[in-house]
Design a protein around this ligand. Structure first.
Ligand SMILES: Cc1cc2nc3c(=O)[nH]c(=O)nc-3n(C[C@H](O)[C@H](O)[C@H](O)COP(=O)(O)OP(=O)(O)OC[C@H]3O[C@@H](n4cnc5c(N)ncnc54)[C@H](O)[C@@H]3O)c2cc1C
Length: 434
């Protein structure tokens, strides 16, 4: 019997059958068969969601054979890939072709369909989520038929299925807008809390991508800003190989993992470790092609909750969170991440219709997150926060509906595309209501 388990180890499931479709026709046959047998079918990605959003209850479709780039259109500046393609495969292939995505999150292990289906996002830019960069798609819907969607064909399906939570169909192809491969200048700078918060608007305005980390129990922050450069790949000045390994792999993973393990056994040491980590960070600058700046390896396994807040509420909420942590006896060893995204026009996007500040909270994979995430979630909910669909949260359909202006439109489309709920699971029943 095959067991499905997610990356953080928080969620697991035992599907009734496992199939590895290689074509749209094979996906369609699997869906038709599941619908006839009155069971459910779910394609999983790489399991990087912290929630049970991809937990299969009936038939599990694995993405492993649905991979590869199928079309490059240099006039339209789009690339079409099979939906199970890992993001790192797309990134390296695009770079080879002199092309790049506009923006992305901080890892690139996920599948294209998995990442877009939960609204995976980076920070800043003209578009921050991968979903917002999708301009067309192909999807098998609940009765096994194949639907195509773009700005001119089924635009309502495009708006919703770019971030469809796996609830509308099985995506088989995704078309992304791309741009010429450029170079990003990365500048990272330690800063104290008061200065970083006071200058936040300035950082967002003068850089293209701004990301900040606060070390709980301290006054220390790390401010990362990226600037688009008019340079070719050959003119970039990446970190020397050893320095890149030392900072981004050894210190960020091996040493951080060891500190975390000690902090787990002796929580009273966490504030001192955080102070030390904040002090050890130094200012550095380098430049590289976008995916090498945006992404880095993550080998310390953790649990995460992330919320999108209206931009004007983001920093007040962060201040309230700091006060809550300081008044508690929690010992939080992971930095809190602060990102920012422009508004987008997805049906169920965490940034739909509003510029947003994202606050992300992490604990070690073996740490009970419930008190910390639960306490913080109350603050974020009070500021009209929208939880990341792929990260831990406790929200249900009844209290999510009021924060999504196009909520009913998504439910109506789901009724049309999957009336029999062939794609459902317990997570979708909780967040969508049935
Ligand atoms: C270390 C780490 C770093 C992360 N960094 C970021 C970040 O920087 N920014 C951010 O926003 N998120 C981040 N995430 C969250 C992550 O990007 C999302 O949870 C993403 O959904 C994971 O993609 P996946 O391929 O693992 O999909 P899964 O988690 O396996 O599945 C996600 C959803 O996609 C659906 N799905 C998969 N394939 C298909 C298909 N073909 N058709 C329809 N539905 C499908 C699944 O059924 C499920 O509903 C991070 C997660 C981890 C563990």
């Amino acid at each position: 019997m095959t067991q499905w388990r997610n990356w953080s180890g928080l969620e697991s499931a035992t599907p009734s059958d496992v199939l590895v479709p290689a074509t749209t026709d094979e996906v369609a046959a699997a869906v038709t068969d599941a619908a006839e047998r009155r069971t459910t079918v779910k394609m999983v990605g790489t399991g990087h969601s912290f929630t049970s959003i991809s937990a299969p209850e009936g038939v599990m479709l694995r993405p492993d054979s649905l991979t590869g780039i199928v079309e490059i259109d240099r006039d339209a500046m789009t690339v079409t890939a099979l939906a199970g393609t890992p993001l790192h495969v797309l990134n390296t292939e695009l770079a080879r072709l002199g092309l790049s995505l506009h923006n992305m999150g901080d890892i690139h292990e996920q599948t294209l369909a998995g990442a877009t289906s939960t609204g995976t996002h980076g920070t800043g830019g003209l578009k921050a989520s991968l979903s917002a960069q999708v301009s067309a798609l192909e999807m098998v819907i609940g009765d096994g038929t194949v639907v195509h969607a773009s700005a001119t064909e089924n635009p309502d399906v495009l708006a919703a299925a770019r971030l469809g939570l796996g609830a509308l169909g099985i995506l088989t192809r995704l078309t992304f807008d791309v741009e010429p491969l450029g170079v990003l200048l990365a500048h990272e700078q330690p800063m104290l809390w008061d200065e970083a918060l006071a200058r936040y608007d300035e950082f967002v305005a003068e850089s293209h991508h701004c990301d900040m980390y606060w070390f709980p129990h301290t006054d220390r922050m790390q401010v990362k800003r990226n600037y688009r450069q008019d340079l070719t790949r050959d003119e970039a000045e990446p970190l020397p190989r050893f320095k890149a390994w030392l900072d981004d792999d050894f210190l960020a993973n091996t040493a951080f993992g060891a500190i975390n393990a000690i902090g787990n056994r002796a929580p009273s040491l966490v504030p001192r470790f955080n102070e030390l980590s904040g002090r050890l960070l130094s200012e550095r600058s380098y430049s590289d092609i976008p995916y090498k700046v945006f992404t880095s390896p993550r080998r310390v396994v953790f649990r995460e909750m992330e919320y999108a807040l209206p931009r004007e509420a983001g920093l007040s909420a962060l201040r309230e969170v700091r006060a809550l942590i300081e008044a508690s006896d929690w010992r939080i060893s992971f930095p809190v991440e602060i990102r920012m995204t422009p508004a987008d026009d997805l049906t169920l996007g965490t940034s739909t219709g509003r510029e947003s500040i994202y606050l992300a909270f992490h604990v070690n994979q073996r740490t009970d997150h419930t008190a910390y995430f639960g306490g913080v979630e109350e603050i974020l909910r009070a500021h009209d926060g929208r939880p990341h669909w792929g990260k831990v949260h406790t929200r249900t359909a009844a209290d999510l509906a009021p924060v999504y202006p196009r909520w009913q439109e998504f439910l109506d489309l789901r009724d049309r595309l999957d009336p029999q709920r062939v794609f459902t699971n317990s997570y979708l029943r909780r967040v969508l209501g049935d």
